[in-house]
Design a protein around this ligand. Structure first.
Ligand code: PLP
Length: 380
């Protein structure tokens, strides 16, 4: 039943967010959320929009002439913006599918009329670039889609190598960097990528709702007639660059994204990637001590999202419940074929710290001990 009193206070605990996203927000990002409201075309607001665009171009390492901005919506809306502006009926798409989110991207390409051919890898493995080369040799493609950091499996895909092959075949490359931007090396100009999108709530550490995206000059030249009004990059450029009303952007979410990006730039991209790597490696060591292992092989692992195998005989939901109830810690469940088989543990943005690695490792140990003792007591 809904509470009867109109004065019931908002109930939202300060969780320790160590799942696949959202991650924790830094105090400066939280403070920005409370800044005064500005309207979506206020002279001060459009200056902030320009600042966000410039910061995004730097954080993506985008080539000159790119259009970097943020879509009003979550990561899926940015996925849809990339798809809706580069794929139309008859576009030949080669979809690299290595997990749940790559499959979503392939489905979206189909919905926008793309003639989609898939090249699949086993869940938990990265794609072999030679499989992409073979598929492109056999039937060509106008667009290749790939997920850089597959959040469902904890796998890092060789985007640089795949993009080079796509380029040899004249195909554009759409890259999902939802779980890598700000946490793992990504170089849009250096790797020759065409449309790359992310989200705000993972390695950047802002609330969800404004999703970074960049279109390279080549992608802007090859835009299709966009079937979506909300996601039309031409109309969005009219708003972001030429100040023409398109939608009422959330000032609070833009402030938060600006502060998060300022934090990334103050830390420095290389230093931030190194922090994510260091804390991931510290966590792997701690898992080792607990007798736990990570699904992908070391060469294919993300630093941002750890897919940890659920030990045999352990109920993954019970572990997650224990961590939340006794330690206020959230971790994620496995998706699709990995449901019940892995925990998805994010160490992203503000949530990537040695202190949190120590806290989580100790809590995991207690959870597993308590549940295993419970099993013994019940004679199971
Ligand atoms: N792509 C990847 C790789 C993701 O991990 C996610 C969400 O976790 C998405 C896309 C969708 O993002 P959102 O849930 O913000 O719409």
């Amino acid at each position: 039943m809904l509470p009867a009193s109109p004065s019931t206070p908002l109930r939202a605990s300060e969780r320790i967010l160590l799942g696949p996203g959202p991650s924790l927000m830094s105090p400066r990002v939280m403070k920005a959320l409370g800044a005064p409201m500005l309207s979506h075309l206020d002279p001060q607001f459009v200056e902030i929009m320009d600042d966000v665009r410039a910061r995004l171009a730097r954080v993506f390492q985008a080539p000159d002439g790119s259009f970097a901005f943020a879509v009003s919506g979550t990561g899926t809306s940015a996925m849809e913006t990339a798809t809706a502006n580069l794929i139309a009926p008859g576009t030949r798409v080669l979809a690299v599918v290595t997990g749940y989110f790559a499959d979503r991207l392939a489905q979206m390409a189909t919905r926008y009329g793309g003639e989609v051919r898939r090249v699949d890898a086993e869940w938990g493995r990265a794609i072999d670039p030679e499989h992409v080369r073979k598929a492109l040799k056999e039937s060509g493609a106008d667009v290749v889609t790939i997920v850089h950091a597959e959040t469902s499996t904890g796998v890092l895909n060789p985007v640089k190598e795949v993009a080079a092959i796509a380029r040899e075949h004249g195909a554009l490359v759409i890259v999902d960097a939802v779980t890598s931007l700000g946490g793992m090396p990504l170089d849009v100009a250096g790797w020759g990528l065409d449309a790359v999108y992310s989200c705000s709530q993972k390695c950047l550490g802002a609330p969800s709702g404004m999703s970074p995206i960049v279109f390279s000059p080549r992608a802007l030249e090859k835009k299709v007639t966009c079937r979506s009004f909300y996601f039309d990059v031409t109309l969005l450029e009219d708003y972001w660059v030429r100040r023409k009303y398109h939608h009422t952007m959330s000032a609070s979410l833009i402030y938060a994204l600006r502060e998060a990006l300022a934090g990334v730039e103050e830390e420095g991209l290389q230093a931030r990637w190194a922090r994510h790597e260091r804390n991931h490696l510290a966590f792997v060591k701690a898992l080792d001590r607990l007798g736990l292992s990570i699904l992908p092989s070391p060469a294919e692992r993300l630093w941002t999202l750890n897919a940890v195998r659920v030990p045999q005989g352990v109920d993954d939901a019970a572990v997650r419940k224990y961590l939340l109830q006794h330690h206020n810690i959230e971790i994620g469940a496995g998706l699709g074929p990995l449901a019940g088989k892995v925990f998805r543990i994010g160490l992203m943005g503000t949530s990537s710290s040695q202190e949190l690695v120590d806290l989580l490792s100790a809590a995991l140990e207690k959870a597993l001990n308590s549940l295993v003792q419970g099993l013994h007591k019940s004679g199971a």
